[in-house]
Write a protein that binds this ligand. Structure first.
Ligand SMILES: C[S@@+](CC[C@H](N)C(=O)[O-])C[C@H]1O[C@@H](n2cnc3c(N)ncnc32)[C@H](O)[C@@H]1O
Length: 208
């Protein structure tokens, strides 16, 4: 099963699954790092069913929500169809369906560990940012819970914070910071024999 097939399959249960994995604190920390302002335009990449998007629209931002999975975006539409400030776009990490230098913020939560090339994913998130725009990525620190590859289609077992910092700087971002979210991502293997508990980082930077 591909990653897209996996997320298409779990779309209807994703909100319930996510609540077991991590709390709302993650999006509060992400949004605070960006210093968001109402009326601005944000991209939520690997948006899923809208965990980050929800926080953004409730704070008066407009959002372009991008995901490879139509089913995940359909679930988001069911919840937020009343907002005319969200655009839903199907797209891949290496060719985001967003114009160059067109958004004020680029967010991605728990997305980077699913893509083939994290550096390319970051480059794309930076490409769509206006000069002076901010990128915020929240994801898992490096871990050893191999079962997550098979059971949740994780491509990477988290990341070293030095690698994230290096990739951010390689794209030319300034004011790069990689901090603790102060929250863990938790999940059990299907047979209940293994329990993952992984700390989360929040990485931020500004486009020159
Ligand atoms: C773990 S979910 C996180 C969803 C949401 N950001 C959240 O915090 O609830 C990862 C999301 O990234 C999307 N995704 C994974 N690989 C992708 C890719 N190569 N291109 C675009 N989206 C991708 C998946 O379809 C899924 O919706």
């Amino acid at each position: 099963m591909s990653s897209k097939e996996y997320f298409d399959k779990v779309a209807g249960q994703w909100d319930h699954m996510r609540q077991g994995f991590f709390s709302d604190k993650v999006r509060k920390v992400a949004v605070a790092k960006a210093g968001i302002q109402a009326g601005k335009l944000a991209a939520d990449i690997g948006a899923g069913t809208g965990f980050i998007t929800e926080e953004l629209v409730q704070n008066g931002l407009r959002v372009i929500a991008v995901d490879q999975s139509k089913a995940m975006l359909e679930e988001m539409k069911k919840k937020f169809g009343r907002f005319d400030t969200i655009e839903y776009r199907i797209g891949q990490f290496n060719n985001l369906p967003i114009q160059d230098e067109s958004v004020d913020y680029s967010f991605a939560n728990m997305y980077l560990h699913h893509v083939d090339s994290p550096l390319k994913a970051i480059e794309e998130m930076v490409r769509v940012l206006k000069p002076g725009g901010k990128i915020v990525v929240t994801d898992m620190d490096e871990h050893e819970f191999e079962f997550l590859r098979k059971e949740q289609h994780d491509r990477w077992l988290g990341f070293k914070r030095q690698d994230i910092e290096r990739w951010f700087k390689k794209t030319g971002l300034k004011n790069v910071k990689v901090d603790c979210v102060g929250e863990e991502c938790c999940g059990d293997s299907e047979d209940g024999s293994k329990k993952a508990k992984v700390s989360l980082f929040v990485a931020s930077g500004e486009k020159s």
